[in-house]
Design a protein around this ligand. Structure first.
Ligand SMILES: [Zn+2]
Length: 227
């Protein structure tokens, strides 16, 4: 089903923690990177006008190979009849868990990476990809009230990055991770000149993680490290 021309499709989900509170789960298969997708269907104004609902949840599921045409977004909206909350967020833990179960049942290659993980690892990765949606994909509003997004995609081995190894910390094992060296990058988006979102495998703990690192941090930081 199209919503205002966008191929955003409802998912059958009967979890009472969602249905009883007016939530609907939807997916949107993008034709390319999430950085490039239209802003309109991710604004509160859109859902208010088209469905009398608010956008309450989103997750960025990255396409990692040629099986899918692009990144996959899962959204949840909540009918206004069921809520006094405005804007994005405000879900309970049972609602998050129901959403995760609904996502794992979807037959998309972007979901495959989540299935074999242990429960707690998967919960962590869900949380990281939910944060990625909120930070990378969900449009922001400037002072003039216009929506914008602030990123572009990097190749995993972008030569522009090679001489400015980004450094951050693994969200799981808290050890230092370095873009392009040790950290096995599966996908990366530059969010702004100082932040790169990376999705890959941490060489320390071997977990698949999604986090933001700072590509220029090295220059400020390494000279102070004792060798
Ligand atoms: Zn780690």
């Amino acid at each position: 089903m199209l919503i205002s021309g966008y191929p955003i499709t409802s998912v059958k989900c009967r979890a009472s923690s969602l249905v009883d509170y007016g939530y609907k789960v939807r997916y949107w298969q993008l034709e390319g990177g999430a950085y490039d997708c239209p802003l309109e269907p991710l604004t509160q104004e859109f859902w208010q006008a088209k469905q009398d609902a608010r956008l309450a949840y989103g997750i960025l599921l990255l396409t990692l190979d040629a099986r899918a045409p692009g990144d996959l977004l899962i959204l949840a909206t909540q009918g206004f009849y069921a809520t006094f909350d405005q804007g994005f967020g405000y879900l309970t833990i049972p609602q998050f868990l129901s959403l995760h179960r609904a996502i794992l049942r979807l037959d998309f290659p972007q979901v495959d990476i989540l299935r074999p993980l242990h429960f707690e690892d998967r919960l962590d990765l869900f949380k990281e990809l939910e944060t990625a949606f909120e930070e990378l994909v969900l449009p922001r509003k400037n002072e003039a009230g216009e929506y914008y997004r602030r990123l572009h995609e990097l190749e995993a081995f972008d030569t522009a990055q090679a001489d400015s190894f980004g450094v951050g910390f693994c969200p799981r094992c808290k050890q230092r991770i370095t873009f392009g060296k040790g950290f096995d990058v599966m996908k990366a988006y530059r969010m702004d000149p100082k932040t790169v979102f990376v999705f890959g495998t941490c060489s320390h703990c071997r977990n698949v993680v999604a986090t933001a690192i700072n590509p220029h941090f090295t220059n400020l930081w390494f000279p102070t490290i004792q060798s």
